[in-house]
Design a binder for this molecule. Structure first.
Ligand SMILES: [Zn+2]
Length: 51
């Protein structure tokens, strides 16, 4: 699982919005893009995002 302190530091690379973990993905609460978590590491790349 993702460390909550780490998560608090993360922002969406597309809109700088807050993110949360949902279904083992990082989901932006602002633009709703979702980013994969690979081996416990969030991959916050716009070109990896699912809309
Ligand atoms: Zn966003």
């Amino acid at each position: 699982m993702i460390d909550k302190k780490l998560l608090a530091l993360l922002v969406c690379p597309a809109c700088q919005g807050e993110v949360q973990v949902k279904n083992n993905k990082i989901v932006c609460i602002q633009c709703l893009r979702s980013y994969p978590i690979v081996d416990g590491i969030p991959v916050l790349l716009v070109d990896q995002a699912e809309h």
